[in-house]
Design a protein around this ligand. Structure first.
Ligand code: NG1
Ligand code: ZN
Length: 530
């Protein structure tokens, strides 16, 4: 077929380096940008097939999130903003690793296995972050799409040049609003509605210090600012005009280093937050009058949000099941507080937002966050309908009505398709405004247990297999027993190990009653991993 001839011709311009093997992991393909040209072309091909199969638009995001500037990556997004299924992750790995001369065979295998009708039209939406390699790599995706006769959506021969990948998030439920303007309007209007009668909010609370990690989120916040009508005044640092992406800044740096981004002057008590490079993670922080740094991570956000929603559901008299979904990395104090003080159902699942998203879908209201600041809230269709009905009901008392209206606007400020730092920021800002709460007051809801995360390089990280949402190691034999014995030596201690899904390392996590104990336990456990 002529189509396949074109694939052959184009693929010669995007050759695969001999011997290179890459795996489609938690975050798609991610490695040094120099190794990714053929992968991008092939993911353009695969996205076109996926679009033909689903008869819907597929998103391709070119980004390596919080990784350094020299890396890049790519992941495919299904029509509702979700990650592609396991089967298609395997197709991606196979297509990526096929030798140049076997590419057509690998492609035809997928077409056959998935019974794809090749005459079906295909649409692919390509987005990219601000890395210097992203322009040519996203062009390689587009070459793949056009080689198989797919259409790519957007401006200028279909290339969404300056629209960030995060807009792929609005491809799904908010399809009608899948433009930059639509995105700003929807979220900012909801924010303004939520904060408009907040008598407890001081002018000070309208000010927020933001570290944009020199990434795409910074550019978008600049464009969005006017829509906020001064209801939120953002002083934007690391806006991409000088510094390098994620370099000594950004959510990952702040979380892992437990310190503010380099070069930003923070006044004591000032409320600050950092996005990661592709703006799907956010963490908050402040320094106190003694200069001590305080981090408010994904667990603190999940706690604030779920407490707020639970209170509103109670006030509205709505019997909806709410749960918080966490991973093994959630601080033990947050889980304890949610279960014992807030009496909220908590579920623990494997690392990676797709797992959290999946579990959150089981509830009327599912709040999910990874400790690193990646998360959102999901509302079931039935829950949204009940809230909507109550908000429109003229026969309910003022208290219930007010709660229902707040819930409705809260739904509108949330990007339910996937974690989105801008929407999460507006949600947190709105809750703090409504509660008249300072960042210090939010921080003292519970006190984090001191913790430490380490990376260990091993010959083959896959020898470690885990169970119980990654909290226990099944193999190699004896490892879990060794960890259990080490944990017994410390108070309020917990530790686990798991192979990373995005880096060639084993991650060690430990928490205990003091920082010294957490550090010592993490160190001892990492020695047991060797
Ligand atoms: P791995 O490398 O599997 O630990 C990391 C993060 C995840 C998730 C993914 C995708 C930690 C401990 N792990 O996964 O939470 O965000 O990257 O970016 O933060
Ligand atoms: Zn990210």
């Amino acid at each position: 077929m002529a189509q396949f001839q074109e694939v052959l011709k184009q693929s010669a311009l995007h050759p695969k380096p001999a011997g290179l093997v890459l795996q489609y992991g938690t975050s798609g393909f991610r490695t040094n940008a120099k190794q990714l040209d053929h992968i991008m072309f092939r993911m353009g091909l695969l996205a076109t097939l996926r679009s033909k199969k689903t008869k819907a638009t597929i998103g391709v995001m070119v980004t390596a999130s919080h990784n350094p500037e020299e890396d890049n990556g790519v992941k495919l997004i299904d029509p509702m903003g979700e990650m592609v299924t396991q089967d298609w992750e395997e197709h991606a790995t196979q297509l990526a690793n096929a030798d140049q001369e076997d590419l057509l065979t690998a492609l035809k295998n997928i077409i056959e296995k998935e019974a794809i009708n090749m005459s079906q039209e295909a649409n692919v939406f390509v987005g990219k972050d601000t890395r210097s390699s992203s322009a040519s790599l996203s062009q390689a995706v587009l070459d793949g799409v056009s080689a198989l006769g797919g259409h790519s959506k957007g401006k200028r021969s279909g290339y969404l040049k300056d629209i960030p990948y995060m807009l792929c998030n609005v491809l799904g439920p908010y399809y009608g609003l899948a433009t930059v303007e639509g995105y700003y309007t929807k979220f900012c209007q909801a924010f303004i509605q939520l904060t408009k009668n907040t008598s407890n909010r001081t002018d000070d609370q309208k000010h927020l210090c933001l570290d944009g990690a020199n990434g795409i989120g910074a550019l978008k916040v600049r464009e969005m600012e006017s829509h906020l009508k001064k209801e939120l005044q953002i002083s934007l640092n690391n806006d991409g005009s000088k510094g390098r992406l994620n370099h000594q800044c950004g959510a990952d740096y702040v979380k892992v280093q437990q310190k503010p981004p380099t070069g930003i002057k923070i006044n004591p008590g000032e409320r600050c937050c950092s996005f990661d490079g592709d703006a799907d993670r956010i963490v908050y922080y402040y320094t106190d009058s003694e200069g001590t740094f305080h981090l408010l991570d994904g667990d603190k956000m999940a706690t604030l949000i779920s407490t707020f929603l639970k209170e509103l559901l109670t006030q509205a008299g709505l019997d909806l099941k709410i749960a918080v979904v966490q991973t093994a990395y959630a601080n033990g104090s947050s889980t304890h507080y949610l279960e014992n003080t807030m009496k909220v159902l908590v579920r623990c699942t494997k690392t990676g937002v797709k797992h959290l998203h999946h579990v959150a879908q089981e509830f009327d209201v599912g709040v999910y966050f990874e400790a690193n600041g990646h998360g959102t809230v999901l509302f079931s269709k039935a829950a949204e309908e009940k809230i909507q009905q109550l908000a429109e009901d003229t026969n309910v008392n003022d208290k219930r009505k007010k709660a229902a209206l707040l819930l409705r606007n809260t739904i509108n400020v949330i990007n339910q398709t996937v974690g989105d730092a801008i929407s999460d920021m507006l949600l947190i800002e709105a809750i703090l405004a409504i509660k008249g709460m300072t960042i210090q007051q939010w921080d003292t809801i519970y006190t984090d247990l001191p913790n430490r995360q380490l990376k260990v390089k091993v010959a083959d990280r896959r020898v470690i297999d885990t169970t119980d949402a990654e909290r226990r190691a099944v193999t190699p034999a004896g490892l879990q027993e060794a960890i259990d014995n080490l944990v017994k030596k410390y108070r309020q201690a917990r530790s686990f190990v798991r192979p990373s899904g995005t880096e060639d390392v084993v991650r060690v996590y430990a928490e205990a009653d003091t920082q010294e104990s957490a550090d010592a336990l993490a160190h001892e456990v990492s020695l047991a991993v060797y």
